[in-house]
Ligand binder design. Structure first.
Ligand code: CU
Length: 145
């Protein structure tokens, strides 16, 4: 019964009460070969608790969220993240050497200077599509940094 009451409340919320999610500084690095995965980065802030449950883009067959873990010997490895928790107002940053979006099965090389759409699927806020600029192969941060 509790679940049903929650659903009715959500349906009755006015448009203005919808979740606000901000995506800042999206970027990707140019890829050397279409056969190698590419990585994309951005900063995501939601005004309420939410979860990123999927990411898609037309340029890749699959997008995975990867975290990075370092073991006791100092060896880092990538760890798939199925659902990314967002705490209200706390920015989550995807950046080189840290959490990143891995673009698998590229349909083609990502060329410096182009842009591609990337869609984040959030449990509460729904789908959010951002335009991602492709920076040079040596880029280490978003344009302007
Ligand atoms: Cu990865």
């Amino acid at each position: 019964m509790k679940l049903l009451a929650g659903m009715i409340l959500a349906a009755a919320l006015p448009y203005a009460a919808r979740a606000e999610v901000a995506v800042t500084d999206p970027w990707a690095r140019a890829s050397i070969l279409a056969s190698r995965p590419a990585a994309a980065y951005l900063t995501l802030t939601s005004d309420r608790a939410d979860r990123v449950i999927g990411v898609t883009t037309p340029v890749a067959g699959q997008v995975m969220m990867h975290g990075v873990e370092t073991d006791g010997a100092g060896v880092s490895r990538m760890v798939p993240v199925d659902a990314l928790e967002l705490a209200p107002g706390v920015p989550v940053t995807f950046a080189p050497g840290d959490m990143h979006l891995m673009l698998m099965d590229l349909s083609r090389k990502l060329e410096e200077g182009e842009h591609f759409p990337l869609t984040l699927v959030l449990e509460t806020a729904g789908e959010l599509t951002v335009d991602v600029p492709v920076l040079g192969p040596g880029a280490t941060g978003p344009a302007g940094e």
